[in-house]
Design a protein around this ligand. Structure first.
Ligand code: ATP
Ligand code: MG
Length: 317
């Protein structure tokens, strides 16, 4: 029995060591994830902010001057009409008017200016969104309208929603009447970005696998974003897609650092690990995933509206 006791003791010791090792490994992996992500995001954020700033100046002077151009054009056109009425054009003027198709110019110019105005307004919105997305300056917790963050992220991803393999991804936004949420904006935007990109990836895969074939026409590739207040201090943001879903065997691994099912070079497997960290550790919230293989996936994020700025313990401390 003495031997047995000694054996048991050493076994327990070993198990404890193994546990400790595992903890250390987890801690290390998490630190590594954070490093990669923060490096990735800070360079992306800086790039985006830089470009936004560069575009902002020229777009501002186009935007500001286009109204004057429109006014001047209207005045000049009116003047031409007055000339036409009060004096008979000389043959030379007649010929020139015909050559340049004056009638058409008079009709087309206002429309042309209008479409330029719409175009600059659109660029203006994009620039605003880019700045909104990076928000590098805002490192502390602040009350914000998170719908703005979601919209900016969607705008940045717009190009990936456009038809590529022949199908447009449909986005449905069902926003509730949310108060301002006390949070780290740019971090929360990262979470939206990570989850939306995953949804788009899943839909692209589904499109490539002919999930939305003609026989299945009523079903279109869709990402749905719902927000609502569920309690006096709690909101939920649900992001769902009708893509390929997640295999049951891997469903409990998706939040692990470096877990990915994507080909090398496409996924590093840190999107969800970092999102978990941001939501749970930094904001005292929760994040869940429901998925059905072949049907689709939904991520539910819960975050408190008021955060009493208490420090949250990090996961493995
Ligand atoms: N909406 C989704 N539909 C299907 N599978 C998903 C979805 N979201 C996540 N997954 C699965 O979870 C895995 C982990 O996701 P995560 O975002 O952490 O990493 P990744 O997308 O593979 O790579 P990264 O985000 O670092 O570029 C994915 O590889 C994928 O298998
Ligand atoms: Mg991802």
């Amino acid at each position: 029995t003495k031997l047995k006791y000694a054996l048991q003791k050493s076994e327990a010791g070993e198990r404890e060591q193994a546990d400790q090792l595992e903890q250390t490994l987890k801690k290390l992996q998490l630190t590594q994830t954070q490093l990669i992500q923060s490096e990735k995001m800070s360079s992306l954020g800086q790039l985006v902010a830089g470009i936004a700033h560069e575009i902002n100046n020229p777009i501002n002077f186009i935007y500001a001057n286009i109204k004057y151009a429109d006014n001047y054009a209207n005045e000049l056109m009116y003047l031409i009409k007055l000339y036409q009425k009060s004096c008979n054009p000389s043959p030379e003027i007649e010929e020139e008017s015909e050559k340049i198709d004056l009638e058409f110019i008079l009709e087309d110019l206002p429309q042309l200016l209008k479409s330029m105005e719409v175009g600059t307004e659109r660029i203006y919105e994009i620039v605003k969104s880019l700045r909104n997305f990076s928000r590098l300056d805002e490192a502390e917790m602040k009350p914000v309208n998170i719908h703005e963050g979601i919209d900016s992220t969607l705008l940045i991803l717009n190009n990936r929603l456009a038809p590529k393999v022949g199908k447009q991804i449909n986005v449905i936004q069902e926003y509730g009447d949310l108060p301002k949420i006390y949070c780290y904006v740019s971090q929360l935007n990262q979470v939206f970005m990570n989850i939306l990109v995953n949804g788009i990836d899943a839909l692209e895969e589904a499109i490539a696998k002919d999930k939305f074939s003609e026989s299945n026409e009523q079903q279109i590739p869709t990402i749905k974003i719902q927000t609502k207040v569920v309690d006096k201090n709690l909101v939920t943001i649900t992001i769902s897609d009708n893509g390929m879903g997640i295999k049951e065997q891997v469903r409990n691994k998706i939040f692990d650092p470096f877990f990915t099912t994507k080909p090398v070079g496409q996924g590093t497997g840190i999107g969800l690990a970092i999102s978990y960290q941001i939501i749970v550790d930094k904001h005292g919230g929760r994040i869940f995933c429901n998925s059905q293989e072949g049907k689709g996936t939904e991520f539910i994020i819960e975050i408190p509206i008021q955060n009493n700025t208490r420090k949250f313990k990090t996961l493995y401390n």
